[in-house]
Design a protein around this ligand. Structure first.
Ligand SMILES: Cc1cc2nc3c(=O)[nH]c(=O)nc-3n(C[C@H](O)[C@H](O)[C@H](O)COP(=O)(O)OP(=O)(O)OC[C@H]3O[C@@H](n4cnc5c(N)ncnc54)[C@H](O)[C@@H]3O)c2cc1C
Length: 392
């Protein structure tokens, strides 16, 4: 990555250390998709509070939804984490993360099914997801808390061939329109050893969802879910009963890398946008960028973005080649959210009043910062997880 003669982060060549020609062509294809289907509509979708469901089959046509899924069910296996980093960057270029968060909820909802589901379950679910006809979501967080997963309260009581599920889930992405939910439930006693994962279908009697309004990510579908005596067949158990906690914890790894890649890419957008503005805008007889205080802001942004990107890519390499780097994943997610927070703040500042105005990319990204610092494991939880792993 060379930062001399800076124009845009997104013009930088991909590092040959990690990326090959397949990644390069994926970058071009994904960019065309985002430029055609998402970027021109993002402002409208954010104002409307949703994006059209037709985007899923369109994404599937390109191959976005198939990555990492078995070939026999219509997927494209053996795609590494560097494809996901590129996808996050290209999505971020459009100027917000809301569409991406809903469009790819299958990347958090489906891995437990792909890895531990029965063949019947996989054959029933995966083809619809990878073709974009069906939507998958992950439901862990509850109104009583998301950080302490081991304390979750939604119950699934075995009665003959069914579980009877009662409880509720909170802040669930794709919550109002997902067809299949991967739901964490309590099948046993208190604590982590009493948790299981169940596949629950949208049309199960007793299931309802209500949409939630948010600070940012307006175009993303976020909902509260309610389970009232939902009768779920025992065949819908994912993995073994009372062994769900370790599946949930393992599922966080790829999610955290994806959130880090997205947060840092949104930081890149903040820098791109504010540099372009500072090259045009004049105050006190010269361009903003000719004021030392302003151009030093960009050096500080570039420093943090470069360091975060290097950490993201190194962590992705470890995920591919070594044992799961839990400590690094916790720290890189934390670091990326902090980089995004810093860059969004400075970018809005460089824009002045215009940065506070609706429709400006940096205004939207500023409102999205906190979800990257909270969702998928908050800053405090990431620090503590890293500390525990490092065995201080
Ligand atoms: C837009 C959005 C989309 C989301 N999508 C999904 C989804 O699809 N599926 C899903 O399951 N969840 C989803 N979440 C939930 C998200 O993962 C949780 O919000 C997150 O894990 C934190 O849980 P909580 O909000 O209940 O906060 P709490 O757990 O109540 O924590 C509140 C605050 O206290 C801090 N805290 C908690 N415990 C400690 C401690 N021991 N020491 C120090 N500080 C502590 C936390 O860091 C946080 O800052 C989403 C959230 C948002 C905002």
């Amino acid at each position: 990555m060379a930062l001399s003669d800076f124009t845009s982060w997104f013009d930088q060549p991909l590092s040959k250390l990690y990326y090959n020609e397949d990644h390069e062509s994926w970058r071009h294809m994904y960019r065309r998709f985002v430029d055609k289907e998402i970027a021109p509509n993002l402002d409208d979708w954010e104002d409307q509070g949703i994006f059209p469901r037709e985007l899923y089959p369109k994404a599937a046509q390109l191959g976005v939804l198939q990555m990492g899924y078995p070939e026999e069910y219509g997927g494209v296996p053996d795609t590494d984490h560097f494809f996901s980093i590129i996808s996050a960057q290209e999505q971020a270029r459009s100027g917000g993360g809301g569409v991406n968060s809903s469009l790819i909820t299958h990347t958090i909802g489906m891995p437990p099914i792909v890895n531990l589901g029965t063949e019947e379950m996989k054959a029933k679910i995966i083809p619809g997801i990878v073709s974009g006809e069906k939507i998958s979501a992950l439901a862990i967080t509850e109104p009583s808390g998301g950080s302490d997963v081991a304390a979750l309260q939604t119950t699934a009581k075995r009665e003959g061939d069914h579980y009877i599920v009662n409880g509720s889930k909170m802040f669930i992405t794709s919550g109002t329109r997902a067809d299949f939910f991967t739901v964490a439930v309590r099948t046993g006693g208190l604590g982590r050893s009493g948790i299981s994962l169940l596949l629950i279908e949208k049309d199960t009697p007793g299931f309802t969802a209500t949409s939630l309004k948010k600070m940012g990510w307006h175009s993303s579908d976020t909902a509260a879910l309610y389970f009232n005596d939902c009768k779920v067949p025992v065949e819908n158990l994912i993995g073994k009963e009372n062994e769900g906690f370790s599946i949930i914890v393992g599922n966080f790894n790829a999610e955290r890398l994806g959130l880090a890649a997205m947060a840092n890419a949104l930081a890149m957008v903040c820098m791109d946008e504010s540099v372009a503005w500072a090259r045009e805008r004049k105050t006190f007889g010269k361009r903003l960028i000719d004021h030392q205080v302003i151009r030093h802001k960009f050096v500080e942004m570039a420093k943090r973005i470069s360091a975060t990107q290097a950490f993201i890519e190194k962590t992705a390499w470890q995920m591919e080649n070594e044992s799961m780097p839990i400590t690094e994943l916790s720290m890189v997610k934390l670091m990326a959210a902090e980089t995004m927070e810093f860059c969004a703040r400075e970018a809005v500042q460089v824009f002045g009043g215009s940065g506070f105005m609706h429709g400006n990319k940096v205004e939207r990204i500023y409102r999205e910062v906190r979800v990257y610092a909270i969702g998928g494991g908050s800053e405090e939880i990431m620090r503590e997880l890293a500390a525990k792993q490092m065995a201080f």
